[in-house]
Design a protein around this ligand. Structure first.
Ligand SMILES: NC(=O)c1ccc[n+]([C@@H]2O[C@H](COP(=O)([O-])OP(=O)(O)OC[C@H]3O[C@@H](n4cnc5c(N)ncnc54)[C@H](O)[C@@H]3O)[C@@H](O)[C@H]2O)c1
Length: 276
């Protein structure tokens, strides 16, 4: 399927979690294509630094502090984006956090925090932006950041697995509805493996401070399969241009997905991916 956006020059992208990691890399990549970018993030200091970085690179950038787990904040982000640039063509629901705990030991507060940011964030994003994107009559593309945890359940991060599998379903439903309604909107779901970012220190953004064991760096920065956020951003741009739905940055997980599907058909247990 071909992408719907065509030339990106002068078009506008909104990226949540845009102050660091994959979000910032996407902002830089889109900016290099001549796009305007709106970055939104809950971490004010990182947001300011990212905004300076993008502006210094000559990218038309607007930044807004936004907690994506707050529906009113996401609505305000949509207002802000349209006021700044008059249109939105790419929406990246990318902000995310992870919390490590055994499934039965995670507190309800931990579940609510992770589901609030990782699942409700993208739901609010779709709800606040997509009707306006469609009303403009211009083509649009939504990229939701899930994870390999969106297609396989990793041990010790059940809330993250649940949220990200929800993000995959949200993305599939969004594309299906857009196709059925014959509107110029496409969707992609980003399912990265390990990427060198600060995701391991998500609790830095947890309201009220650290409430549990920090996820730590285990497996994240040292894993031999870890890739850089810039590589992910390149793949996202390619997917938008080609209208690709699944963005699977680490092909080895595809084999586990096949194994999982096989288990559904034959009555086996799901594969247990290596803990990250
Ligand atoms: N790094 C990986 O290995 C990896 C793998 C799979 C998926 N992901 C996903 O990629 C996305 C980006 O994460 P990253 O790896 O770049 O990590 P990161 O921590 O560098 O970036 C995440 C950003 O989200 C922001 N954020 C956190 N809570 C927020 C909130 N309530 N509202 C708004 N912004 C908030 C953070 O301040 C941060 O800037 C996340 O959705 C994450 O789950 C990352």
């Amino acid at each position: 399927m071909a992408g719907v956006l065509g030339n990106l020059q002068g078009k506008t992208a909104v990226i949540t979690g845009g102050a660091s990691g994959i979000g910032l890399a996407m902002a830089q990549r889109f900016g290099a294509e001549g796009m305007n970018v709106v970055i939104a993030d809950v971490e004010q200091g990182a947001l300011d630094a990212a905004s300076d970085l993008l502006n210094d690179a000559g990218i038309a950038c607007a930044a807004m502090r936004c907690d994506v787990s707050d529906r009113h904040a996401v609505e305000a982000l949509a207002d802000f984006s349209y006021e700044e640039f008059g249109a939105v063509h790419i929406l990246c629901n990318n902000a995310g956090v992870v919390h490590r705990d055994l499934t039965w030991e995670a507190s309800i507060e931990s579940w609510e925090w992770v589901l609030g940011v990782d699942l409700w964030g993208p739901i609010y994003g779709v709800h606040s932006f997509v009707p306006r994107m469609l009303a403009s009559g211009e083509p649009g593309h939504v990229v939701n950041t899930a994870s390999t945890a969106g297609i396989l359940a990793f041990p010790s991060i059940a809330s993250y697995d649940v949220a990200k599998q929800g993000v995959v379903a949200l993305s599939e439903a969004l594309l299906a509805d857009a196709m059925a309604a014959n509107v110029p909107l496409r969707a992609s779901v980003l399912c990265p493996g390990v990427v060198r970012t600060k995701i391991g220190f998500s609790e830095r953004n947890r309201p009220g401070g650290v409430k549990g064991e920090a996820f730590g760096t285990q497996g994240l920065t040292t894993a031999t399969e870890a890739i850089d956020p810039e590589d992910v951003a390149d793949q996202v741009l390619e997917a938008i241009n080609n209208g690709t739905f699944w963005i699977m940055t680490h092909p080895r997980y595809v084999e586990l997905v096949k194994e999982r599907a096989e288990g559904m058909l034959t009555g086996g247990i799901p594969p247990i991916p290596r803990p990250i």
